[in-house]
Design a protein around this ligand. Sequence first.
Ligand code: NAD
Ligand code: UDP
Length: 337
Amino acid sequence: MNKKVLVTGGTGYIGSHTVVQLLAANYSVVILDNLCNSSREVLNRIELLSGKKVDFVEGDIRNRDVLQTTFQLHGIDSVIHFAGLKAVGESQTQPLMYYDNNVNGSVILLEEMAKANIKTIVFSSSATVYGDPGYSQYKEDTPVAPINVYGRTKLMVEDIIKDLKNSDASWRAALLRYFNPVGAHASGQMGENPSGIPNNLMPFVAQVAVGKREKLSVYGNDYNTPDGTGKRDYIHVEDLAAGHLAALKVLENQSELLTLNLGTGKPNSVLEMIHAFEKASGKKINYEIVARRSGDLAEYYADPTLAEKVLGWQAQLGIDRMCEDTWRWQMNNPNGY
Ligand code: NAD
Ligand code: UDP
């Protein structure tokens, strides 16, 4: 029998890429998503790319009835938990919405998993849990001290899962701290689909290249970095998705709680990303240097050594592929899904 995975947030950006890889690896998949930040069209794209139909439940992780029915109907073995809100700025102005969705939602999910005796979870955490430790390469034992509400919701859920594991050793859990996910499926059929004006660099650059936005604002060129612009650890979404499959496999064979950075370990500056995108797209990216964005750090990136050792996984794709795949997605789908 194929193992059956519930993917919360599975029509979202990272979730959808992970679902396609799970199906290719012969997992059965059920997606639970309330579509608050994604589109039903993703299901067609998943089917197109995988040649398989995926079970979809439109519902909220905070709805116990939905969870109970889903668990009863589908004999779920494990959960990959992507569902959550992710906009740092919005989390500062709408903290209760973030604590409710991300923290309360996760507690309800975990409670219903426990009742249904499903005790394996892979959780989407984030490098934002580290805050500002005063240096730029983060290991998993770098002190955690998030500086915004979003990061605090991620750390709270990490702690809740750790406490749960301490109380009941039969839980198996991986807390995956992503750095900066970018890129798209190589087919150009699946990618990031931000609603409104993108907050993140890569989707903004792509929309400038395709002519949807006039120019990019580069937030500061007076940082202590070689070209003065901020440096981040961009990781291709396909590498990130592969990290989830690797984590699930490891949890099938051992019960140690995993806390792992998923990044490349190789940071790039904003200007380097712009130039890579120009090369990939053949388009000029208009930009202007503006003031720093509040809360931004000069540079941070993963030490991915532990994930490489524990998961036998390593990010493979560099910034050229990240930009080529994003461009293909953007050109094929100028208005998203
Ligand atoms: P996304 O918004 O594309 O996907 C999240 C999905 O969850 C969406 O489809 C949304 O509709 C769904 N969702 C949200 N709240 C829900 C709820 N209460 N019930 C059911 N469904 C709900 O985001 P993404 O970029 O794919 O991120 C996935 C996860 O990874 C999130 O938890 C995010 O915080 C985390 N993460 C993302 C990044 C990033 O930069 N993209 C970085 C680090 C961590
Ligand atoms: N950035 C920028 N202009 C934008 C968006 C982002 O210059 O419109 C910069 C930002 O200051 C940071 C990098 O690009 O140095 C990555 O930002 P993003 O919001 O994508 O991710 P973050 O690292 O903030 O989570």
